[in-house]
Design a protein around this ligand. Structure first.
Ligand SMILES: Cc1cc2nc3c(=O)[nH]c(=O)nc-3n(C[C@H](O)[C@H](O)[C@H](O)COP(=O)(O)O)c2cc1C
Length: 217
């Protein structure tokens, strides 16, 4: 697929002059919906999305969704073929806010950690790390062994943020969409993007606890 970045208008800049441009990686872990929702949410923002999907992500998409790979690609501002290691996002001279990979498989995480960078997905992540930009990995596997933990520790040392996609329940989700939106919104929080999809914790006593306490008084 053609990288049509040059045809697009110049990007809006953030306060620090960083282009509002985010790389979204989708690998072949379960939970392709997280990556899809990420792109859907970002469409309603001023952020230019650069999508790179692994081959296995296309397989999990077929298992987990009725959408075709093209439908997912159409959600992004710019698409990159995973084998195109000459794409814009393979160079540190192409400025971005960073990269989020969600869902992130063990394989992709390990590829990044050891710097093999066998595909554009892991190369782009490696570039983000070397440029000291933000790399967020929405890791998805369970249970995990010591090798996974060591890989996560190594990546954290390198500056990445390991953000396993685990749902929160304090916000009383009613649907799977609620769970997915909250998780994706929390990943975006890590880039300072408030997509208004997170029901935020406000503190205080839960209503039931407060009313029980009042009854006892
Ligand atoms: C339906 C399905 C679900 C999978 N779920 C996971 C998963 O949750 N986590 C994981 O690490 N691998 C999972 N895998 C295995 C990965 O797809 C496989 O390791 C693949 O090589 C990952 O390649 P990639 O990192 O290039 O996408 C799953 C595979 C399939 C077919």
């Amino acid at each position: 697929m053609k990288d049509d970045i040059d045809k697009k208008t110049p990007k809006k800049m953030g306060p620090d002059q960083t282009p509002r441009r985010l790389i979204v990686g989708i690998s072949g872990a379960s939970g392709v919906i997280y990556g899809i929702r990420m792109l859907e949410i970002l469409r309603h923002t001023d952020i230019e999305t650069h999508l790179v999907m692994s081959k296995s992500a296309e397989l999990t998409l077929a298992y987990e969704s009725d959408l075709k790979a093209k439908d997912v690609r159409d959600l992004a501002s710019v698409n990159h073929v995973v084998s195109d290691i000459g794409a814009s996002i393979s160079s540190g001279s192409f400025p971005t806010m960073g990269m989020v990979i969600v869902p992130c498989s063990v394989r992709t995480m390990s590829d990044i950690a050891c710097g093999v960078t066998s595909t554009l997905l892991s190369r782009a992540a490696d570039v983000v790390l070397k440029e000291r930009r933000r790399l967020v990995l929405g890791f998805r596997e369970t249970p995990i062994h010591i090798g996974h933990l060591k890989t996560m520790a190594a990546l954290t040392d390198m500056g990445a943020i390991i953000a396993p996609v685990v749902p929160a329940f304090y916000n009383r989700p009613q649907t799977i969409d609620d769970l997915v939106n909250h998780t994706v919104g929390r990943l975006l929080d890590l880039f300072g993007i408030d997509a208004k999809v997170v029901k935020r914790w406000k503190g205080g006593k839960p209503e039931r606890v407060a009313s029980d306490a009042a009854r006892k008084e």
